[in-house]
Design a protein around this ligand. Structure first.
Ligand code: NDP
Length: 323
């Protein structure tokens, strides 16, 4: 089969398309014929060797995908060959076939396309945990969504609106802000607007924003502190700027701010939190209130281009690769 292989870490062009054997499912695993791979910022960081965990080479990237169950490993029960599933694993999805522990399968409404199903797990579970599990957002509260037209941003806007929250969206271009508005953002502000801090604070009633999903990091992290309301909760989800941020704890004291880190990988082992997120998301996606946002779609041999477009802010929604 065709698969992307990474033999040394670096920029996207270290990825190579190679012929590799079709994997056999180990006991407890299923093999999936991959229809679509969701490409995350984390995939690009992992290939660069800049992710939260160490990337071991050689490997095939791709942590999130959807496809048709093709074979079952020994002992797997309750999974039907021929059904469409989404899956979240560590790596291995940028290929025509991938194996994943049956426990890592995520049931999806069969009405979703392969690309929509692949756009679902990472962004929507992360958005839910940011808004609710850790963010404790309530209906009627304001939430600030950065990189609002991106994969996580579009998921966060849709989910926040479906949960009754008010959304302020930040993004780098007018076209991206238009996407945020289409998804229901109440207020949209250019990320580089010189008055952005005041505008954000004013939009949330002049007192700042009670809940911020922080994904940019670097010097923007300081701005998030300035945009937050007293007792504001800042959920640190990403560092798209790839810059270091300075946090002086005394600044948190002055306005009773809370900064909470969020990493989906470690939250997935919190069984009650994952079950609650899955329950709410299944209801919202099943009823069509939340629709996974598919972005640009590439073939496997365009993977380098896909990663470069994502890193260079040229994409909106979830970047998809269809093997
Ligand atoms: P996106 O689709 O959101 O793409 C990244 C976006 O980040 C860009 O489009 C851009 O939007 C924005 N951005 C801001 N500053 C920069 C910069 N200096 N360079 C590049 N992009 C920048 O990607 P994802 O949805 O995959 O991820 C968004 C963020 O959330 C990432 O930081 C990612 O690591 C994180 N994340 C973390 C998870 C976790 O478990 N902690 C899970 C999922 C995502 P704009 O042009 O509008 O500024």
């Amino acid at each position: 089969m065709r698969a992307i292989r990474v033999e040394r870490l670096g920029p996207p062009d270290v990825m190579q398309l190679q012929d590799t054997p079709v994997p056999s499912p180990a006991p407890g695993e299923v093999r999936v014929r991959v229809e679509a791979v969701g490409i995350n910022f984390a995939d690009a960081l992992a290939v660069a060797g800049e992710y939260l965990t160490r990337t071991r080479v050689p490997y095939t990237p791709g942590m999130e995908f959807a496809g048709i169950v093709d074979a079952l490993g020994e002992g797997v029960q309750g999974v039907q060959v021929g059904t469409r599933v989404a899956a979240l694993g560590g790596s291995g999805a940028m290929a025509e076939y991938a194996t994943v522990p049956a426990a890592g399968l995520i049931p999806v409404p069969q009405t979703l396309s392969g690309a929509q199903a692949a756009a679902f797990p990472v962004s929507y579970f992360t958005a839910y945990h940011g808004l609710k599990t850790l963010g404790r957002g309530e209906a009627g509260e304001w939430v600030l969504v950065q990189a609002a037209a991106g994969a996580l941003g579009t998921a966060s806007i849709q989910l926040a609106k479906a949960l009754g929250m008010n959304v302020i969206a930040l993004a780098s271009t007018d076209e991206k802000l238009e996407i945020a508005r289409t998804l229901g953002a109440d207020v949209t502000i250019l990320q580089d607007d010189p008055d952005r801090v005041k505008k954000v604070r004013d939009a949330a009633g002049g007192k700042g924003v009670p809940l911020i999903l922080e994904v940019v990091g670097g010097k923007r992290f300081q701005e998030s502190l300035d945009m937050a309301a007293s007792r504001g909760r800042i959920i640190v989800i990403g560092n798209a700027s790839r810059e270091q941020a300075n946090l002086r704890p005394v600044e948190l004291m002055k306005r009773n701010l809370t900064v909470t880190g969020l990493w989906l990988t470690s939250l997935m082992s919190d069984v009650p939190a994952t079950a609650e997120a899955a329950r709410v998301l299944a209801e919202l996606v099943g009823s069509g209130k939340v629709i996974p946002q598919v972005g640009p779609t590439y073939a496997l041999d365009q993977s380098v281009q896909a990663f470069e477009d994502l890193l260079n802010r040229r994409t909106t929604g979830k970047v998809i690769i269809e093997p």
